[in-house]
Design a protein around this ligand. Sequence first.
Ligand code: GUN
Length: 281
Amino acid sequence: MLILGKEVSKTTRLEIAEKVKEFEAKYNRVPCLSVIIVGEDPASQTYVRNKVLGCEEVGMKSLKYEFPDGTNQEDIANVIRTLVADKNVDGILVQLPLPKGYDEKYLLDLIPETKDVDGFCANNIGLLALGTPRTISCTPFGVMKLLASTGVDLKGKHAVVVGRSNTVGKPMAMLLLNANCTVTVCHSKTTNLEEICKSADILVVAIGKPKFLKANMVKEGAIVIDVGINRVDGKLCGDVDFDEVEKKASFITPVPGGVGPMTISMLLYNTLMAAQDRENG
Ligand code: GUN
């Protein structure tokens, strides 16, 4: 069965839009997300456009700062510092990856945990690791919402995460562990990947290789979540060979229309939460 991220996302955004109205009535302003993008990478441009459109959809304000590749890093740092000090800005997001030559850690470390709506900073990742999360990284958070939409009890299930990035794989593994799954994390150096994937009740694939996961790596009845967004011959496809794997999976996310829309919905949710927390001191 298909997990329709677009549909789950629509419901989530309607709920957020309602809460934004209540927020505005109470505080006489709307939550505000600022987005910084450096360079002309077409995929990043599309993500940022969709983030801005997402803000409009739920009635939030967005500020977009675009810098050409080659902009002095300190100029970007100064914009971030200004946004940190701006009491009308609730969230600050630096679109990743940054072009070569920029120090990602230096720029991200300028964002305080209270405005870190991506959930990337050490404190937010640490709180998640301790099982007491505050702001949760948007993509893994969205995947948990999609898993919840299946109605399947996650407790005791073997969840396999393919990919160990700080933005998806690691927080994904921690969320599944917090949901009482037995979790295995695989990566490029894993030797028996096929065997491990085949033992998974839940498979989350986030490695950025088009159609990497084949049917022979999937157990009959597994839930398969495809985090990949790859462009092949002008067409979008995931990290999962959908046509093959669909036949074996009990639930599977399509690309596009699966995880992607949920990521942005959770970003909007995180921005609303950050705004509420700031108003409540
Ligand atoms: N690039 C790809 N996904 C993301 C994300 O969730 N946040 C940021 N900041 N950059 C990304």
